[in-house]
Design a protein around this ligand. Structure first.
Ligand SMILES: *[C@@H]1O[C@H](CO)[C@@H](O)[C@H](O)[C@H]1NC(C)=O
Ligand SMILES: *[C@@H]1O[C@H](CO)[C@@H](O)[C@H](O)[C@H]1NC(C)=O
Ligand SMILES: *[C@@H]1O[C@H](CO)[C@@H](O)[C@H](O)[C@H]1NC(C)=O
Ligand SMILES: *[C@@H]1O[C@H](CO)[C@@H](O)[C@H](O)[C@H]1NC(C)=O
Ligand SMILES: *[C@@H]1O[C@H](CO)[C@@H](O)[C@H](O)[C@H]1NC(C)=O
Ligand SMILES: *[C@@H]1O[C@H](CO)[C@@H](O)[C@H](O)[C@H]1NC(C)=O
Ligand SMILES: *[C@@H]1O[C@H](CO)[C@@H](O)[C@H](O)[C@H]1NC(C)=O
Length: 780
């Protein structure tokens, strides 16, 4: 059907005068007060303009089929690319352009938005095309309105059609407000002059006109309101609000700071738990952090709302919140990068561009400013050193990285010491610019030239991470509604709202990877929405969309197993390792001997180990019910102490030397069986039935092994008699494939390799994955 454009301004006109530029650009925005703009009009005195919020080009509340354009340069620059702050995909086969671009062959250009209901339009915001090279933007345009998309009225100033000044670069959004609100259903922007190709992105400001006849509208109003402070907070307002929450709920809150930003602002945190200020044995610690990028202001406000909500609901006796607060130590850090937020806040929610305030004052992206432990860890894994030489968890930070001048931001350092000083179990960082949850690894491995691909390492706890991500995405009101695509490209999540970061947009040195490799804490990223800094009027809606998801995700900290590792006297053992068979990622106990291991429902063989104690393995069952399964461990003193005594008797020299002569590489020490007391054989037997049978089986195995050792020794004697051999050698006995309980205590890691001066050999590479700390005597 033909669309008649009437009257279309056909002639390009120069801007009228400097005065107009001043009027439109400067005066309007400088005289804002309480949503009304007062401007001194040249001849008619004081005017006031109402300011409406964005209709939702950037937030995607405006759907693609509400947009129409006169022409399209190529599909990838279609009308759906006209959203404020939309990003080009940056790939070579760039299917997602950084703006709507018109066909240069056409004479008349316009883009049209159908608000679907009668709307009071008050202004438009325009922006050029996102592109690393080109500078394409619209520098002037007319605006037209219609109620039927056929009859169009071009906005005029009473004398002539009103030409608006547009952009003068490709990134900075420029706001133009109308002298008076215009009521219509359709709005058109008619570009008149531009630089480069005619490309633009935009946002439209408007308020729906209330229609008393329409029942539909009122029925769809959000009925449940939490009555929180739904405004944006600058630094001082945030401080004031957090203090007031802390004053309202002194019994369950503690207001503290992680440290100072580059410019000296505090990185504030709110602790919410039943006994704030201390870690309670058995109570897991949880964290939400936000504002790594200062312009991603939504996460900050969401966390401020969450604090208010938890405080108020706790006082009101909400049983769910009571349970959560009493059983969890919750830390909320709304603004990790307060300096950046300050910059973005000054420009306001719409005009800050995509990146203003993203970085710290001294130029760091905090989220990806953490020491890269991935490469260290993967390298060790490739060499078969995990977990025997390099632990599969708590990977140490290489010396000097944190102190090297200026490469790690002060904000990052504050976060690292905070992460190290609390036994966090689960956390999420709230970000913006997308609507999805990402799970680690965030980094992909280096380019593999031989296979011509980027290798992506799967995280050991992948299925658990996917569950955690889904627990948020699926309880968020709109996160899985991805049929319109993602914020900037096609939906990368396959409709689930979750994606592996390394597969999607890999980054090195991320908080999530660091947290997983260096601490016990599992950390994910939650991207709250396309609009990083939504208008204040969106905050209530955003809270409603996220509230359930925020609570559900927090409750996941009570999934899996938890417990305390103690010695026989009941003293807690800190720094003990708790490992789950089949998952090559351990956790360690905290200062009070408590540990948490997030796990999906299932049956697990769990082993606790500590230096100086015999390891102990037991079966722990994780059900589908909420609440972690209690799995305590009481460890016996290790036989190693007694072995040490025996060694001391022998002048601390190895008692018997066997070397793998066949390979000609390296020597290993071992102890002959008769020097190890018998009582050790029962140590590994799990409680409960089957103990006797096991004991008998172990006795049998032991005899077999002793026989084998004898044969070995015999062989050794033979070979030493060969004149050519200078060292004592022995043929290696093939390792038994039976995976039985080790016949005596595991060999303590450090000490084995103190004695063994040679690096691990090939035989170890093959069994590096079968994840066993226990050194069987047969292996040597
Ligand atoms: C659209 O309709 C409304 C109400 O009927 C009217 O006030 C407004 O002026 C119309 N707008 C245009 C552009 O015709
Ligand atoms: C206009 O576009 C041209 C070519 O794309 C570019 O070289 C030039 O810098 C742009 N001008 C401005 C003021 O951005
Ligand atoms: C704090 O706890 C005390 C005692 O447990 C109680 O009397 C008081 O009312 C509580 N205060 C608030 C604000 O809940
Ligand atoms: C770091 O840089 C500052 C100034 O650039 C300098 O004063 C300081 O000595 C440097 N510190 C180290 C450890 O290099
Ligand atoms: C914890 O144990 C590991 C070995 O399991 C050891 O390397 C580390 O130094 C210990 N840490 C502390 C704080 O004791
Ligand atoms: C600890 O030793 C006692 C006997 O000394 C034994 O009965 C018990 O099973 C052992 N427990 C563990 C966890 O090894
Ligand atoms: C090995 O040889 C030594 C002396 O060469 C001898 O004393 C010892 O009994 C032999 N051991 C065995 C097991 O034959």
């Amino acid at each position: 059907k033909p669309r008649i454009h009437k009257p279309p301004p056909r002639v390009y006109r120069e801007p009228k005068s400097e005065w107009w530029g001043l009027g439109l650009g400067t005066l309007y925005s400088n005289l804002l007060c309480e949503g009304i703009v007062y401007i001194k009009f040249f001849f008619s005195g004081l005017h006031c303009l109402s300011v409406c919020p964005p209709l939702g080009m950037e937030s995607h509340r405006i759907e693609n089929d509400q947009l129409l354009t006169s022409s399209v340069y190529q599909h990838r620059y279609g009308s759906h690319r006209a959203r404020l702050n939309i990003q080009a995909s940056g790939e070579e086969d760039d299917t997602n352009g950084g703006a709507w671009c018109a066909n240069p062959e056409e004479k008349v250009h316009w883009i049209e938005l159908d608000a679907r209901t009668l709307t009071e339009f008050t202004g438009v915001i325009t922006q050029g095309r996102d592109d690393p090279l080109e500078s394409d933007y619209v520098s002037s345009y007319y605006v037209a309105f219609s109620n039927d998309s056929r009859e169009w009225t071009v906005l005029d100033d009473g004398y002539a059609e009103w030409l608006f000044f547009g952009n003068s670069d490709k990134n900075t959004p420029v706001l133009s407000q109308f002298m008076e609100p215009v009521v219509a259903r359709y709005i058109r922007i008619l570009p008149q002059s531009w630089n480069g190709t005619m490309c633009m992105r935009m946002e439209v400001l408007g308020c729906p006109v209330p229609d008393p006849l329409s029942q539909y509208q009122s029925q769809n109003e959000v009925t449940h309101r939490d009555d929180l402070d739904y405004t944006h907070h600058n630094y001082l307002d945030m401080e004031k609000l957090m203090k007031s929450i802390s004053d309202k709920c002194p019994n369950i809150t503690r207001f503290y700071s992680l440290g100072k930003s580059f410019k000296g602002l505090e990185i504030y945190a709110m602790e919410i738990t039943d006994n704030p200020g201390m870690h309670e044995t058995g109570e897991p610690e949880f964290r939400y952090t936000a504002g790594y990028h200062g312009n991603e202001a939504l996460g900050r406000e969401i966390l401020l709302m969450l604090m208010q909500y938890l405080c108020r609901e706790y006082k009101d006796g909400n049983p769910r919140v009571h349970h959560l607060v009493d059983e969890t130590r919750i830390h909320l850090v709304p603004s990790v990068n307060p300096d950046g937020h300050m910059k973005a806040f000054e420009k306001g929610s719409e005009l800050g561009s995509w990146t203003l305030g993203h970085w710290t004052e001294d130029g760091h992206d905090i989220f990806q400013n953490f020491p890269d432990l991935n490469n260290i860890f993967w390298d060790a894994e490739d060499k078969g050193m995990v977990p025997k030489l390099i632990p599969n968890h708590h990977v140490p930070i290489p010396e000097g990285i944190l102190s090297s001048n200026g490469s790690v931001a002060v904000e990052t350092l504050a976060l690292i010491s905070w992460m190290e000083s609390h036994p966090f179990v689960l956390g999420a960082n709230l970000q913006g610019g997308e609507r999805l949850v990402t799970y680690p690894f965030d980094m992909r491995q280096l380019w593999v030239p031989s296979r011509k691909l980027w290798e992506i390492r799967m995280i050991e706890d992948q299925s658990l991470f996917r569950w955690l991500a889904i627990s948020y995405a699926s309880t968020h009101r709109t996160m899985t509604q991805t049929f319109q695509g993602g914020c900037h490209a096609d939906d990368p999540t396959g409709g689930l709202g979750i994606v592996n970061r390394a597969k999607w947009k890999p980054i090195p040195g991320s908080m999530n990877d660091f947290s997983y490799l260096h601490t016990n804490c599992f950390e994910l990223s939650i991207f709250l929405g396309c609009d990083k800094f939504p208008h204040q009027s969106e905050l209530l809606r955003e809270w409603e969309q996220n509230r359930e998801a925020l609570l559900t995700f927090m409750a996941q900290v009570h999934r899996g197993i938890k417990g305390v590792v103690r010695d026989k006297e009941g003293n807690p053992i800190s720094n003990a390792t708790v490992s789950v068979e089949g998952v090559n990622h351990d956790v360690r106990t905290g200062e009070s001997g408590d540990y948490w291991r997030l796990l999906n429902p299932g049956e697990y063989r769990v082993t606790a180990r500590a230096e100086g104690y015999s390891p102990f393995t037991r079966l722990c069952v994780v059900g589908f019910d909420p609440g972690a399964t209690l799995c305590n461990f009481d460890l016996n003193k290790s036989n190693w102490d007694r072995i040490k005594q025996i060694m001391a008797l022998h002048g601390n020299r190895p008692i018997r030397l066997l070397s793998s002569g066949n390979r000609g590489s390296g020597q290993r020490y071992t102890y002959s069986s008769n020097q190890i007391p018998n009582s050790k054989f029962s140590n590994q037997i799990p409680n409960g039935n089957g103990g006797d049978m096991n004991r008998a089986r172990l006795r049998r195995l032991r005899l077999m092994r002793i026989r084998r050792l004898r044969q070995q020794r015999l062989l050794a004697n033979k070979t030493t008699m060969l004149p050519t051999t200078t060292t004592t050698t022995t043929t290696t006995v093939p390792p038994t494939t039976e995976s039985t309980t080790p016949w005596y205590d595991s060999w303590p890691l450090g000490e084995t390799f103190e004695e063994n001066t040679t690096p691990p050999e090939e035989t170890e590479l093959t069994d590096a994955l079968d994840y066993n700390y226990n050194y069987k005597i047969d292996d040597y």
